[in-house]
Design a protein around this ligand. Structure first.
Ligand code: N01
Length: 539
Protein backbone atom coordinates (compact mmCIF):
# COMPACT_ATOMS: atom_id res chain seq x y z
CA UNK A 1 0.00 0.00 0.00
CA UNK A 2 1.36 3.42 -0.92
CA UNK A 3 2.54 5.82 1.75
CA UNK A 4 0.43 8.88 2.49
CA UNK A 5 1.42 11.66 0.08
CA UNK A 6 -0.81 14.52 1.08
CA UNK A 7 -0.27 15.13 4.75
CA UNK A 8 -0.17 18.67 6.05
CA UNK A 9 3.22 18.23 7.67
CA UNK A 10 5.18 16.65 4.86
CA UNK A 11 6.18 12.99 4.64
CA UNK A 12 4.04 10.62 6.66
CA UNK A 13 5.22 7.46 8.37
CA UNK A 14 1.81 5.88 7.69
CA UNK A 15 0.26 4.31 4.61
CA UNK A 16 -2.61 6.79 4.82
CA UNK A 17 -3.81 9.54 7.10
CA UNK A 18 -7.20 7.98 7.63
CA UNK A 19 -8.17 4.30 7.49
CA UNK A 20 -11.92 3.87 7.11
CA UNK A 21 -13.78 0.65 7.83
CA UNK A 22 -16.88 0.30 5.66
CA UNK A 23 -18.06 1.76 2.36
CA UNK A 24 -21.63 2.58 3.35
CA UNK A 25 -22.89 6.14 3.33
CA UNK A 26 -20.65 7.02 6.30
CA UNK A 27 -17.42 5.66 4.84
CA UNK A 28 -18.04 7.06 1.37
CA UNK A 29 -18.64 10.60 2.57
CA UNK A 30 -15.70 10.42 4.95
CA UNK A 31 -13.40 9.47 2.10
CA UNK A 32 -14.67 12.43 0.08
CA UNK A 33 -14.35 14.81 3.04
CA UNK A 34 -10.85 13.59 3.89
CA UNK A 35 -9.74 14.28 0.33
CA UNK A 36 -11.23 17.78 0.52
CA UNK A 37 -9.16 18.39 3.64
CA UNK A 38 -6.00 17.24 1.89
CA UNK A 39 -5.83 13.97 3.81
CA UNK A 40 -5.16 10.63 2.23
CA UNK A 41 -7.70 7.95 3.09
CA UNK A 42 -8.54 4.39 2.23
CA UNK A 43 -11.70 2.39 2.81
CA UNK A 44 -11.64 -1.32 3.56
CA UNK A 45 -14.99 -2.92 2.70
CA UNK A 46 -16.10 -6.53 3.20
CA UNK A 47 -18.65 -6.42 0.36
CA UNK A 48 -17.93 -6.28 -3.35
CA UNK A 49 -19.62 -2.91 -3.70
CA UNK A 50 -20.55 0.29 -1.90
CA UNK A 51 -23.82 0.93 -0.05
CA UNK A 52 -23.39 -0.80 3.31
CA UNK A 53 -26.76 -1.85 4.68
CA UNK A 54 -28.31 -1.31 1.24
CA UNK A 55 -25.71 -3.59 -0.31
CA UNK A 56 -26.57 -6.48 2.02
CA UNK A 57 -30.30 -6.11 2.72
CA UNK A 58 -31.76 -7.23 -0.62
CA UNK A 59 -34.78 -9.12 0.71
CA UNK A 60 -38.09 -8.68 -1.12
CA UNK A 61 -39.76 -5.42 -0.13
CA UNK A 62 -36.62 -3.84 1.40
CA UNK A 63 -37.36 -0.17 1.46
CA UNK A 64 -36.37 2.83 3.52
CA UNK A 65 -38.82 4.08 6.13
CA UNK A 66 -37.51 7.65 5.79
CA UNK A 67 -38.96 9.50 2.80
CA UNK A 68 -36.66 9.48 -0.21
CA UNK A 69 -36.37 13.27 -0.57
CA UNK A 70 -34.93 13.34 2.95
CA UNK A 71 -32.83 10.21 2.70
CA UNK A 72 -29.95 11.61 0.70
CA UNK A 73 -26.68 13.47 1.14
CA UNK A 74 -26.82 17.23 1.50
CA UNK A 75 -23.11 18.03 1.16
CA UNK A 76 -23.38 18.59 -2.59
CA UNK A 77 -25.98 20.95 -3.97
CA UNK A 78 -25.40 19.55 -7.48
CA UNK A 79 -25.95 15.99 -6.28
CA UNK A 80 -29.16 17.02 -4.54
CA UNK A 81 -30.46 18.69 -7.66
CA UNK A 82 -29.46 16.09 -10.24
CA UNK A 83 -30.70 12.99 -8.42
CA UNK A 84 -34.28 11.88 -9.03
CA UNK A 85 -36.11 9.51 -6.68
CA UNK A 86 -39.00 7.65 -8.26
CA UNK A 87 -41.04 6.81 -5.15
CA UNK A 88 -42.06 8.43 -1.88
CA UNK A 89 -40.09 5.74 -0.04
CA UNK A 90 -37.13 4.45 -2.03
CA UNK A 91 -36.70 0.72 -2.46
CA UNK A 92 -33.35 -0.95 -1.81
CA UNK A 93 -32.30 -1.24 -5.49
CA UNK A 94 -32.80 2.48 -6.04
CA UNK A 95 -30.87 3.42 -2.89
CA UNK A 96 -28.05 1.13 -3.98
CA UNK A 97 -28.05 2.79 -7.42
CA UNK A 98 -27.79 6.14 -5.63
CA UNK A 99 -24.83 4.90 -3.56
CA UNK A 100 -23.10 3.72 -6.74
CA UNK A 101 -23.85 7.03 -8.45
CA UNK A 102 -22.18 8.86 -5.55
CA UNK A 103 -19.16 6.56 -5.70
CA UNK A 104 -18.74 7.24 -9.43
CA UNK A 105 -19.54 10.94 -9.32
CA UNK A 106 -16.94 11.62 -6.65
CA UNK A 107 -14.45 9.09 -8.00
CA UNK A 108 -14.38 7.19 -4.72
CA UNK A 109 -13.63 3.66 -5.91
CA UNK A 110 -9.91 4.19 -6.46
CA UNK A 111 -9.50 4.44 -2.68
CA UNK A 112 -11.79 1.58 -1.72
CA UNK A 113 -10.54 -1.94 -1.24
CA UNK A 114 -13.53 -4.27 -1.70
CA UNK A 115 -13.93 -7.93 -0.70
CA UNK A 116 -11.70 -7.40 2.30
CA UNK A 117 -12.75 -7.67 5.92
CA UNK A 118 -11.03 -5.82 8.74
CA UNK A 119 -10.34 -8.41 11.41
CA UNK A 120 -8.30 -6.40 13.94
CA UNK A 121 -6.83 -2.98 14.63
CA UNK A 122 -4.09 -2.02 17.04
CA UNK A 123 -3.03 1.38 18.37
CA UNK A 124 0.74 1.82 18.24
CA UNK A 125 1.53 3.91 21.31
CA UNK A 126 4.99 4.98 20.16
CA UNK A 127 3.94 6.18 16.74
CA UNK A 128 0.50 7.40 17.82
CA UNK A 129 -1.02 5.53 14.88
CA UNK A 130 -3.20 2.55 13.99
CA UNK A 131 -2.39 -0.71 12.29
CA UNK A 132 -5.45 -2.14 10.61
CA UNK A 133 -5.32 -5.88 9.86
CA UNK A 134 -7.38 -7.48 7.11
CA UNK A 135 -8.43 -11.02 6.23
CA UNK A 136 -6.12 -11.05 3.19
CA UNK A 137 -3.17 -10.95 5.59
CA UNK A 138 -2.28 -7.32 4.83
CA UNK A 139 -1.83 -4.42 7.25
CA UNK A 140 -2.73 -0.80 6.62
CA UNK A 141 -1.19 1.83 8.87
CA UNK A 142 -2.93 5.13 9.45
CA UNK A 143 -2.78 8.08 11.80
CA UNK A 144 -6.53 7.82 12.35
CA UNK A 145 -8.97 4.96 12.12
CA UNK A 146 -12.67 5.56 11.58
CA UNK A 147 -15.26 2.83 12.07
CA UNK A 148 -18.03 3.49 9.56
CA UNK A 149 -19.33 0.01 10.19
CA UNK A 150 -23.05 0.79 10.41
CA UNK A 151 -25.55 0.31 13.22
CA UNK A 152 -27.44 -2.62 11.72
CA UNK A 153 -24.84 -4.59 9.84
CA UNK A 154 -23.94 -7.57 11.99
CA UNK A 155 -26.71 -10.11 11.44
CA UNK A 156 -28.18 -12.09 14.30
CA UNK A 157 -29.08 -15.71 13.63
CA UNK A 158 -30.18 -17.42 16.83
CA UNK A 159 -28.30 -20.56 17.68
CA UNK A 160 -31.21 -22.91 16.93
CA UNK A 161 -30.57 -26.54 17.69
CA UNK A 162 -30.22 -28.55 14.48
CA UNK A 163 -29.77 -25.49 12.26
CA UNK A 164 -27.17 -27.20 10.11
CA UNK A 165 -29.37 -30.24 9.57
CA UNK A 166 -32.03 -28.45 7.49
CA UNK A 167 -32.16 -29.96 4.01
CA UNK A 168 -33.78 -26.96 2.31
CA UNK A 169 -32.48 -23.44 1.73
CA UNK A 170 -32.05 -20.87 4.49
CA UNK A 171 -31.81 -17.11 4.07
CA UNK A 172 -31.19 -14.18 6.42
CA UNK A 173 -32.91 -10.95 5.36
CA UNK A 174 -29.71 -9.03 6.11
CA UNK A 175 -27.58 -11.24 3.84
CA UNK A 176 -29.92 -11.83 0.95
CA UNK A 177 -28.60 -13.50 -2.23
CA UNK A 178 -27.80 -10.92 -4.90
CA UNK A 179 -29.57 -12.90 -7.59
CA UNK A 180 -32.82 -12.88 -5.57
CA UNK A 181 -34.87 -15.88 -4.48
CA UNK A 182 -37.85 -17.39 -6.26
CA UNK A 183 -40.24 -18.89 -3.70
CA UNK A 184 -42.84 -19.90 -6.30
CA UNK A 185 -44.58 -23.09 -5.27
CA UNK A 186 -42.50 -23.54 -2.11
CA UNK A 187 -43.49 -24.12 1.50
CA UNK A 188 -41.72 -21.32 3.33
CA UNK A 189 -41.25 -20.56 7.03
CA UNK A 190 -40.19 -17.13 8.23
CA UNK A 191 -38.92 -16.48 11.75
CA UNK A 192 -39.37 -12.98 13.16
CA UNK A 193 -41.86 -10.14 12.82
CA UNK A 194 -39.65 -7.02 12.92
CA UNK A 195 -39.35 -4.45 10.09
CA UNK A 196 -37.53 -6.83 7.73
CA UNK A 197 -40.20 -9.51 8.14
CA UNK A 198 -43.04 -7.01 7.92
CA UNK A 199 -41.68 -5.71 4.62
CA UNK A 200 -40.91 -9.11 3.11
CA UNK A 201 -43.89 -11.23 4.29
CA UNK A 202 -46.46 -9.71 1.88
CA UNK A 203 -44.18 -10.31 -1.13
CA UNK A 204 -43.02 -13.80 -0.14
CA UNK A 205 -46.69 -14.71 0.47
CA UNK A 206 -47.52 -13.72 -3.12
CA UNK A 207 -45.04 -16.32 -4.42
CA UNK A 208 -45.00 -19.15 -1.92
CA UNK A 209 -47.38 -22.10 -1.97
CA UNK A 210 -47.65 -21.56 1.76
CA UNK A 211 -45.97 -19.15 4.16
CA UNK A 212 -45.85 -19.81 7.90
CA UNK A 213 -44.84 -16.86 10.08
CA UNK A 214 -43.29 -17.61 13.48
CA UNK A 215 -43.93 -14.68 15.79
CA UNK A 216 -42.35 -14.29 19.22
CA UNK A 217 -43.39 -10.66 19.76
CA UNK A 218 -45.85 -8.76 17.59
CA UNK A 219 -44.85 -5.30 16.34
CA UNK A 220 -46.88 -2.21 15.63
CA UNK A 221 -46.93 -1.23 11.97
CA UNK A 222 -48.39 1.83 10.25
CA UNK A 223 -49.03 2.02 6.51
CA UNK A 224 -46.37 3.55 4.25
CA UNK A 225 -48.86 4.63 1.56
CA UNK A 226 -45.94 4.43 -0.79
CA UNK A 227 -46.34 5.49 -4.41
CA UNK A 228 -44.66 7.40 -7.21
CA UNK A 229 -43.00 10.58 -6.00
CA UNK A 230 -45.22 13.59 -6.66
CA UNK A 231 -43.32 15.73 -9.26
CA UNK A 232 -44.70 18.90 -7.69
CA UNK A 233 -43.40 17.88 -4.26
CA UNK A 234 -40.00 17.04 -5.75
CA UNK A 235 -39.81 20.45 -7.47
CA UNK A 236 -40.78 22.21 -4.26
CA UNK A 237 -38.30 20.20 -2.21
CA UNK A 238 -35.44 20.81 -4.63
CA UNK A 239 -36.15 24.52 -4.61
CA UNK A 240 -36.18 24.53 -0.81
CA UNK A 241 -33.62 21.91 0.13
CA UNK A 242 -31.63 24.19 2.43
CA UNK A 243 -34.78 25.20 4.31
CA UNK A 244 -35.88 21.57 4.67
CA UNK A 245 -32.49 20.46 5.96
CA UNK A 246 -32.52 23.32 8.46
CA UNK A 247 -35.90 22.17 9.79
CA UNK A 248 -34.61 18.59 10.12
CA UNK A 249 -31.91 19.84 12.47
CA UNK A 250 -34.58 21.11 14.85
CA UNK A 251 -36.64 17.94 15.09
CA UNK A 252 -36.36 14.97 17.41
CA UNK A 253 -35.49 12.48 14.73
CA UNK A 254 -33.87 14.57 12.03
CA UNK A 255 -36.84 14.30 9.68
CA UNK A 256 -39.57 16.77 8.80
CA UNK A 257 -41.99 15.26 11.30
CA UNK A 258 -42.87 18.04 13.69
CA UNK A 259 -44.21 16.76 17.00
CA UNK A 260 -47.66 18.01 17.98
CA UNK A 261 -46.81 19.76 21.26
CA UNK A 262 -49.89 18.49 23.02
CA UNK A 263 -50.36 15.64 25.47
CA UNK A 264 -52.48 12.79 24.17
CA UNK A 265 -54.25 12.93 27.51
CA UNK A 266 -55.22 16.57 27.10
CA UNK A 267 -57.08 15.82 23.89
CA UNK A 268 -60.64 14.50 23.90
CA UNK A 269 -61.24 10.97 22.63
CA UNK A 270 -62.63 12.44 19.38
CA UNK A 271 -59.64 14.76 18.91
CA UNK A 272 -57.23 11.90 19.50
CA UNK A 273 -59.04 9.66 17.04
CA UNK A 274 -59.01 12.39 14.44
CA UNK A 275 -55.28 13.15 14.87
CA UNK A 276 -54.29 9.46 14.79
CA UNK A 277 -56.53 8.90 11.77
CA UNK A 278 -54.96 11.85 9.96
CA UNK A 279 -51.45 10.48 10.65
CA UNK A 280 -52.56 6.98 9.62
CA UNK A 281 -53.82 8.35 6.30
CA UNK A 282 -50.58 10.23 5.66
CA UNK A 283 -48.63 7.11 6.64
CA UNK A 284 -45.12 6.55 7.92
CA UNK A 285 -43.16 7.27 11.07
CA UNK A 286 -44.88 10.65 11.50
CA UNK A 287 -47.47 8.69 13.47
CA UNK A 288 -45.17 8.97 16.50
CA UNK A 289 -45.41 12.79 16.23
CA UNK A 290 -49.17 12.70 16.92
CA UNK A 291 -48.64 13.86 20.51
CA UNK A 292 -45.65 14.94 22.56
CA UNK A 293 -45.87 12.34 25.33
CA UNK A 294 -46.25 9.06 23.48
CA UNK A 295 -42.80 7.88 24.51
CA UNK A 296 -42.85 9.17 28.06
CA UNK A 297 -46.35 8.48 29.40
CA UNK A 298 -47.73 4.96 29.41
CA UNK A 299 -51.34 6.07 29.52
CA UNK A 300 -50.81 8.44 26.60
CA UNK A 301 -49.10 5.68 24.67
CA UNK A 302 -51.97 3.29 25.31
CA UNK A 303 -54.27 5.59 23.34
CA UNK A 304 -52.01 5.15 20.29
CA UNK A 305 -51.84 1.39 20.93
CA UNK A 306 -55.63 1.14 21.08
CA UNK A 307 -55.95 3.08 17.84
CA UNK A 308 -53.61 0.71 15.97
CA UNK A 309 -55.23 -2.33 17.62
CA UNK A 310 -58.56 -1.15 16.19
CA UNK A 311 -57.00 -0.93 12.74
CA UNK A 312 -55.62 -4.47 13.04
CA UNK A 313 -59.05 -5.76 14.06
CA UNK A 314 -60.60 -4.04 11.04
CA UNK A 315 -58.06 -5.32 8.55
CA UNK A 316 -57.56 -8.91 9.72
CA UNK A 317 -60.56 -11.18 9.12
CA UNK A 318 -59.81 -13.82 11.77
CA UNK A 319 -60.23 -12.30 15.27
CA UNK A 320 -57.83 -14.85 16.80
CA UNK A 321 -55.11 -13.89 14.32
CA UNK A 322 -55.86 -10.18 14.82
CA UNK A 323 -55.44 -10.61 18.57
CA UNK A 324 -52.15 -12.44 18.13
CA UNK A 325 -50.87 -9.68 15.86
CA UNK A 326 -51.69 -6.97 18.39
CA UNK A 327 -48.72 -6.00 20.57
CA UNK A 328 -49.13 -5.60 24.30
CA UNK A 329 -46.09 -3.35 24.52
CA UNK A 330 -45.65 0.38 24.11
CA UNK A 331 -45.99 1.83 20.57
CA UNK A 332 -42.53 2.90 19.38
CA UNK A 333 -40.68 1.08 22.17
CA UNK A 334 -39.48 -1.23 19.46
CA UNK A 335 -38.97 0.79 16.30
CA UNK A 336 -42.35 1.38 14.70
CA UNK A 337 -42.62 -0.55 11.43
CA UNK A 338 -43.82 1.01 8.20
CA UNK A 339 -45.66 -1.50 6.05
CA UNK A 340 -47.38 -2.17 2.77
CA UNK A 341 -50.24 -4.66 3.10
CA UNK A 342 -48.70 -6.45 6.10
CA UNK A 343 -51.79 -7.08 8.20
CA UNK A 344 -53.91 -7.77 5.08
CA UNK A 345 -51.54 -10.57 4.12
CA UNK A 346 -52.90 -12.67 7.01
CA UNK A 347 -56.26 -12.87 5.18
CA UNK A 348 -54.62 -14.92 2.44
CA UNK A 349 -55.44 -18.63 2.57
CA UNK A 350 -51.77 -19.52 2.05
CA UNK A 351 -50.47 -17.64 5.13
CA UNK A 352 -50.54 -18.83 8.72
CA UNK A 353 -49.28 -17.31 11.93
CA UNK A 354 -47.70 -19.39 14.68
CA UNK A 355 -47.17 -17.91 18.13
CA UNK A 356 -43.81 -18.91 19.59
CA UNK A 357 -43.94 -16.57 22.58
CA UNK A 358 -44.77 -19.33 25.05
CA UNK A 359 -43.30 -22.32 23.28
CA UNK A 360 -40.02 -21.38 21.63
CA UNK A 361 -38.79 -22.88 18.39
CA UNK A 362 -37.30 -26.11 19.73
CA UNK A 363 -35.32 -27.40 16.85
CA UNK A 364 -34.64 -27.02 13.17
CA UNK A 365 -35.01 -30.46 11.60
CA UNK A 366 -33.96 -31.78 8.18
CA UNK A 367 -37.55 -31.22 7.00
CA UNK A 368 -38.45 -27.99 8.80
CA UNK A 369 -38.81 -27.08 12.46
CA UNK A 370 -40.58 -28.06 15.63
CA UNK A 371 -42.31 -25.90 18.21
CA UNK A 372 -44.92 -26.60 20.87
CA UNK A 373 -44.89 -30.29 20.00
CA UNK A 374 -45.83 -29.55 16.36
CA UNK A 375 -43.70 -30.26 13.35
CA UNK A 376 -43.67 -27.94 10.33
CA UNK A 377 -42.29 -28.90 6.93
CA UNK A 378 -40.55 -26.36 4.72
CA UNK A 379 -38.61 -26.10 1.50
CA UNK A 380 -37.04 -22.84 2.70
CA UNK A 381 -36.65 -20.95 5.98
CA UNK A 382 -36.15 -17.19 6.15
CA UNK A 383 -34.48 -15.75 9.23
CA UNK A 384 -35.79 -12.23 9.71
CA UNK A 385 -34.12 -12.28 13.11
CA UNK A 386 -32.41 -8.90 13.02
CA UNK A 387 -29.02 -7.66 14.02
CA UNK A 388 -26.50 -7.40 16.81
CA UNK A 389 -27.20 -3.69 16.58
CA UNK A 390 -24.87 -0.74 17.14
CA UNK A 391 -22.00 -2.64 18.74
CA UNK A 392 -21.97 -5.98 16.88
CA UNK A 393 -19.79 -4.94 13.94
CA UNK A 394 -17.41 -3.00 16.17
CA UNK A 395 -16.96 -5.77 18.72
CA UNK A 396 -16.34 -8.31 15.97
CA UNK A 397 -13.11 -6.47 15.13
CA UNK A 398 -10.36 -7.11 17.68
CA UNK A 399 -9.59 -3.48 18.46
CA UNK A 400 -6.69 -2.91 20.83
CA UNK A 401 -5.99 0.52 22.29
CA UNK A 402 -3.58 1.76 24.92
CA UNK A 403 -1.87 -1.00 26.95
CA UNK A 404 -3.17 -3.50 24.42
CA UNK A 405 -6.64 -3.31 25.99
CA UNK A 406 -9.44 -4.84 23.90
CA UNK A 407 -12.39 -2.61 23.13
CA UNK A 408 -14.81 -5.55 23.40
CA UNK A 409 -13.51 -6.13 26.96
CA UNK A 410 -13.99 -2.48 27.83
CA UNK A 411 -17.54 -2.73 26.45
CA UNK A 412 -18.35 -6.09 28.07
CA UNK A 413 -21.01 -4.48 30.27
CA UNK A 414 -22.26 -2.21 27.48
CA UNK A 415 -20.76 0.37 25.13
CA UNK A 416 -19.03 3.43 26.56
CA UNK A 417 -18.29 6.28 24.19
CA UNK A 418 -18.06 10.05 24.48
CA UNK A 419 -20.71 11.62 22.23
CA UNK A 420 -21.00 8.21 20.55
CA UNK A 421 -17.92 9.25 18.57
CA UNK A 422 -14.81 8.22 20.52
CA UNK A 423 -13.89 6.05 23.49
CA UNK A 424 -11.24 6.66 26.15
CA UNK A 425 -8.09 4.57 25.86
CA UNK A 426 -8.41 4.37 22.07
CA UNK A 427 -6.79 7.55 20.71
CA UNK A 428 -7.39 8.58 17.09
CA UNK A 429 -10.22 6.07 16.79
CA UNK A 430 -13.62 7.44 15.78
CA UNK A 431 -17.04 5.94 15.19
CA UNK A 432 -19.65 7.18 12.75
CA UNK A 433 -23.07 7.04 14.48
CA UNK A 434 -21.65 5.03 17.36
CA UNK A 435 -23.49 4.03 20.56
CA UNK A 436 -24.31 7.12 22.60
CA UNK A 437 -25.28 9.21 19.56
CA UNK A 438 -28.82 9.76 18.20
CA UNK A 439 -28.05 7.59 15.13
CA UNK A 440 -30.82 4.99 14.75
CA UNK A 441 -33.44 7.27 16.31
CA UNK A 442 -32.91 9.78 13.53
CA UNK A 443 -32.77 10.01 9.77
CA UNK A 444 -29.48 8.11 9.46
CA UNK A 445 -28.34 10.11 6.45
CA UNK A 446 -28.38 13.38 8.37
CA UNK A 447 -26.70 11.85 11.41
CA UNK A 448 -24.03 10.21 9.25
CA UNK A 449 -23.24 13.48 7.50
CA UNK A 450 -23.08 15.35 10.78
CA UNK A 451 -20.67 12.81 12.28
CA UNK A 452 -18.45 12.66 9.22
CA UNK A 453 -18.12 16.44 9.21
CA UNK A 454 -17.53 16.59 12.96
CA UNK A 455 -14.93 13.81 12.92
CA UNK A 456 -13.04 15.18 9.91
CA UNK A 457 -13.08 18.70 11.38
CA UNK A 458 -11.73 17.27 14.64
CA UNK A 459 -8.91 15.47 12.83
CA UNK A 460 -8.07 18.64 10.86
CA UNK A 461 -8.10 20.70 14.07
CA UNK A 462 -5.82 18.26 15.90
CA UNK A 463 -3.37 18.26 13.02
CA UNK A 464 -3.41 22.03 12.78
CA UNK A 465 -2.57 22.12 16.50
CA UNK A 466 0.36 19.78 15.85
CA UNK A 467 -1.27 17.10 17.99
CA UNK A 468 -0.54 13.51 17.06
CA UNK A 469 -3.29 12.05 19.20
CA UNK A 470 -6.82 13.06 20.07
CA UNK A 471 -8.53 10.99 22.72
CA UNK A 472 -11.77 11.17 24.69
CA UNK A 473 -11.08 11.61 28.40
CA UNK A 474 -12.51 9.07 30.85
CA UNK A 475 -14.29 11.88 32.74
CA UNK A 476 -16.06 13.21 29.65
CA UNK A 477 -17.02 9.70 28.64
CA UNK A 478 -18.30 8.81 32.11
CA UNK A 479 -20.46 11.88 32.23
CA UNK A 480 -21.80 11.34 28.68
CA UNK A 481 -22.69 7.68 29.28
CA UNK A 482 -24.51 8.80 32.43
CA UNK A 483 -26.46 11.32 30.40
CA UNK A 484 -27.42 8.77 27.72
CA UNK A 485 -28.75 6.43 30.42
CA UNK A 486 -30.50 9.17 32.34
CA UNK A 487 -32.38 10.39 29.26
CA UNK A 488 -33.43 6.86 28.32
CA UNK A 489 -34.59 6.27 31.89
CA UNK A 490 -37.05 9.16 31.60
CA UNK A 491 -38.83 7.43 28.71
CA UNK A 492 -40.74 4.23 28.02
CA UNK A 493 -37.91 2.83 25.87
CA UNK A 494 -36.55 0.53 28.60
CA UNK A 495 -39.97 -1.17 28.97
CA UNK A 496 -39.60 -3.71 26.16
CA UNK A 497 -36.97 -6.07 24.75
CA UNK A 498 -35.76 -4.04 21.78
CA UNK A 499 -32.52 -4.09 19.84
CA UNK A 500 -31.98 -0.49 21.08
CA UNK A 501 -31.27 -2.23 24.40
CA UNK A 502 -29.42 -5.18 22.92
CA UNK A 503 -32.21 -7.33 24.35
CA UNK A 504 -32.69 -9.27 21.11
CA UNK A 505 -29.28 -10.95 21.33
CA UNK A 506 -28.96 -13.59 24.05
CA UNK A 507 -26.24 -12.62 26.55
CA UNK A 508 -25.86 -9.03 25.32
CA UNK A 509 -25.85 -6.49 28.18
CA UNK A 510 -29.12 -4.63 28.49
CA UNK A 511 -28.10 -1.00 27.92
CA UNK A 512 -30.04 1.61 25.94
CA UNK A 513 -27.55 2.59 23.26
CA UNK A 514 -28.80 5.60 21.25
CA UNK A 515 -28.83 9.18 22.56
CA UNK A 516 -32.29 10.70 22.88
CA UNK A 517 -32.50 14.26 21.60
CA UNK A 518 -31.29 15.28 18.18
CA UNK A 519 -31.29 19.13 18.43
CA UNK A 520 -29.72 18.94 21.87
CA UNK A 521 -27.04 16.61 20.54
CA UNK A 522 -26.27 18.89 17.59
CA UNK A 523 -25.88 21.82 19.99
CA UNK A 524 -23.67 19.83 22.36
CA UNK A 525 -21.32 18.58 19.64
CA UNK A 526 -21.05 22.10 18.17
CA UNK A 527 -20.22 23.45 21.60
CA UNK A 528 -17.58 20.77 22.21
CA UNK A 529 -15.91 21.69 18.91
CA UNK A 530 -16.15 25.42 19.58
CA UNK A 531 -14.38 24.88 22.90
CA UNK A 532 -11.39 23.26 21.19
CA UNK A 533 -12.83 19.74 21.47
CA UNK A 534 -13.71 19.87 25.11
CA UNK A 535 -13.56 16.45 26.72
CA UNK A 536 -10.79 15.32 24.38
CA UNK A 537 -7.11 15.30 25.22
CA UNK A 538 -4.94 16.52 22.34
CA UNK A 539 -1.31 15.56 22.77
O1 N01 B 1 -34.91 -7.04 13.12
P1 N01 B 1 -35.73 -6.96 14.52
P2 N01 B 1 -35.30 -6.45 11.69
N1 N01 B 1 -37.13 -17.02 18.00
O2 N01 B 1 -34.73 -7.15 15.58
C1 N01 B 1 -37.41 -12.29 16.13
C2 N01 B 1 -34.04 -1.53 10.51
N2 N01 B 1 -34.75 -1.86 9.32
O3 N01 B 1 -34.24 -6.88 10.75
O4 N01 B 1 -39.12 -9.24 19.07
C3 N01 B 1 -38.14 -16.36 17.44
O5 N01 B 1 -36.59 -5.76 14.56
C4 N01 B 1 -37.64 -11.10 17.04
O6 N01 B 1 -38.53 -11.42 18.06
P3 N01 B 1 -38.50 -10.55 19.45
C5 N01 B 1 -35.04 -0.94 11.48
O7 N01 B 1 -34.42 0.05 12.23
C6 N01 B 1 -35.21 -0.81 8.66
O8 N01 B 1 -36.68 -6.76 11.33
O9 N01 B 1 -37.05 -10.40 19.81
N3 N01 B 1 -38.07 -15.11 16.97
C7 N01 B 1 -38.17 -10.10 16.02
O10 N01 B 1 -39.52 -10.30 15.74
C8 N01 B 1 -35.40 -2.14 12.28
O11 N01 B 1 -35.94 -1.83 13.53
C9 N01 B 1 -35.96 -1.01 7.59
O12 N01 B 1 -39.28 -11.35 20.39
C10 N01 B 1 -36.90 -14.50 17.10
C11 N01 B 1 -37.34 -10.43 14.77
O13 N01 B 1 -36.83 -11.75 14.96
C12 N01 B 1 -34.08 -2.85 12.34
O14 N01 B 1 -33.51 -2.69 11.07
C13 N01 B 1 -36.27 -2.28 7.15
C14 N01 B 1 -35.78 -15.11 17.66
C15 N01 B 1 -36.18 -9.49 14.60
O15 N01 B 1 -36.68 -8.20 14.42
C16 N01 B 1 -34.13 -4.31 12.63
O16 N01 B 1 -35.21 -4.91 11.90
C17 N01 B 1 -35.79 -3.35 7.85
C18 N01 B 1 -35.94 -16.43 18.13
N4 N01 B 1 -34.93 -17.09 18.72
C19 N01 B 1 -35.02 -3.13 8.94
N5 N01 B 1 -34.74 -14.23 17.63
C20 N01 B 1 -36.40 0.20 6.95
O17 N01 B 1 -37.53 0.35 6.62
C21 N01 B 1 -35.22 -13.11 17.06
N6 N01 B 1 -36.52 -13.26 16.74
C22 N01 B 1 -35.39 1.27 6.80
Amino acid sequence: MSKSSSTTNGASPHDVDVAIVGAGFGGMYLLHRARELGLSARIIEAGSGVGGTWYWNRYPGARCDVESMEYSYQFSHELEQEWHWTERYAAQPEILTYANHVADRFDLRRDIQFDTRVTAARFNEDAGSWSVFTDDGATLTAAHCVLATGCLSSTNTPDFKGLESFAGATYHTGQWPHEGVDFTGLKVGIIGTGSSAIQSIPLIAEQAAHLTVFQRTPNFAVPAHNGPLDPEYERYFKANYAKMRAIEKTTRNGTLYIVNEQSALDATAEERESIYQEKWEVGGLGFMASFNDLLVDKQANETAGEFIAGKIRNIVDDPTVAKLLTPKSVVGCKRLCVDTDYYKTYNRPNVSLVDVSETAIEEITPGGLTTGGREFEFDAIVFATGFDAMTGSINKIKIRGRNDALLSDKWAAGPRAYLGIATAGFPNLFMVTGPGSPSVLTNMMTSIEHHVEWISDCIAYARAQGATTVEATSEAEESWVGRVNELAGRTLYPTCNSWYLGANVPGKPRVFMPYLGNPDYLAKTADVAAKGYEGFALT
